[in-house]
Design a binder for this molecule. Structure first.
Ligand code: HEM
Length: 306
């Protein structure tokens, strides 16, 4: 279990600045798929039994050490993008772990997906987890998918299928129009029609008979396993339900290993605003109580004098 760090007003301010800047950066560079996969890969090393790994920024170390590993191919660009934002904004407090998870949440939001609740406070790890058994490469069947997500403590079919819906952003053009052929497993074809739009098209396409869509073995697993299939159908039919459940599962994923709920801090994208409202409320209440007490005291004094 990684202990959370102290999140003060200044820290929250930095998170807000990062959130805004990443929104612009990700939109301009059309790199939402990369940043979402990056945030997922950092979190996906979590091991619920040992409570090690998870969204702790250690992917920046793994990339150095495991650059050649299929699962992290190309993700060094994402490390670099976050560094660019950190340097530009002169961020001093925000951890890499938080920055990476903010970038994943922003990637979903700027592609018109649901808003993801974000609670800051992840501590960076300087230790690369023993990841070999924790790498994921898309060759997984239904049994392996369950095994991977259970290892992270996310064993509900709903969490698994909703999160795999992140693949709605798979396959896109990269800055200056290059494709990411260098790191793609797909020889040709496409995964979704609109890779820069977060919607339920991934599920619709999984159920379609259109052979022009590239598929990973895990995609077949989602369709062939009856319990997964049920969720795929639900999400293909109703985008609102997918968005609602995806946002919850994404929140869980980005908080793996962190007991953020125990922190005395507001939750949600507008937490800061609400916190201010709360403080203003307390301030007003204190003034009112002081004025009333002063008035009562003065009245009592006058009564005694008379
Ligand atoms: C066990 C589950 C998962 C497996 C096996 C898996 C596997 C993969 C593979 C093999 C690719 C590369 C596809 C290619 O060659 O172009 C990929 C891309 C991607 N994955 Fe996953 N993934 C999983 C779960 C997730 C989750 C939960 C998310 C996000 C919530 C996610 C987000 C992405 C995104 C956005 C891309 C596209 C990256 C890009 O096009 O630049 N994946 N995934």
């Amino acid at each position: 279990m990684v202990e959370p760090i102290v999140v003060d007003e200044e820290y929250r301010k930095e998170i807000e600045m990062a959130r805004r800047e990443l929104g612009v950066f990700i939109t301009n560079n059309k790199c939402a798929p990369l940043m979402l996969q990056f945030a997922w890969n950092d979190a996906a090393t979590y091991d619920a039994k040992s409570r090690r790994g998870g969204p702790n920024g250690s992917i920046r170390l793994r990339i150095g050490q495991e650059l050649k590993h299929e699962a992290n191919k190309g993700l060094e660009n994402a490390v670099q993008y976050c560094e660019i934002v950190k340097t530009k904004l002169k961020l001093k407090k925000v951890s890499y772990a938080d920055l990476y998870q903010v970038s994943g949440a922003v990637a979903v939001e700027v592609t018109k997906g649901p808003t993801i609740d974000f609670v800051p406070g992840r501590k960076d790890s300087n230790e690369s987890p023993r990841t070999e058994g924790r790498f994921i490469d898309g060759e997984e069947d239904a049994r392996n998918l369950r095994k991977i997500f259970s290892r992270m403590g996310l064993s509900d079919e709903q969490d698994i299928v909703a999160l795999c819906g992140g693949h709605t952003l798979i396959r896109t053009m990269y800055p200056k129009g290059e494709t990411h052929k260098d790191r793609s497993k797909f020889e040709e074809g496409k995964s979704t029609n609109k890779p820069l739009k977060f919607d339920n098209s991934y599920f619709k396409e999984l159920l379609s008979k259109d052979a022009s869509f590239s598929r990973l073995p895990m995609d077949y697993a989602l369709v062939e396993d009856p319990k997964f299939h049920h969720c795929v159908e639900r999400y293909a039919k109703d985008e609102e339900i997918f968005f609602k459940e995806y946002a919850i599962s994404h929140g869980k994923l980005s908080e793996l290993g962190f007991n953020l709920n125990n922190l005395d801090q507001p939750k949600g994208p507008y937490a800061k605003l609400n916190q201010h409202k709360g403080l203003i409320g307390i301030g007003i209440a204190s003034v009112v109580v002081t004025v009333i007490l002063g008035y009562l005291l003065k009245r009592k004094k006058n009564q005694l004098k008379n």
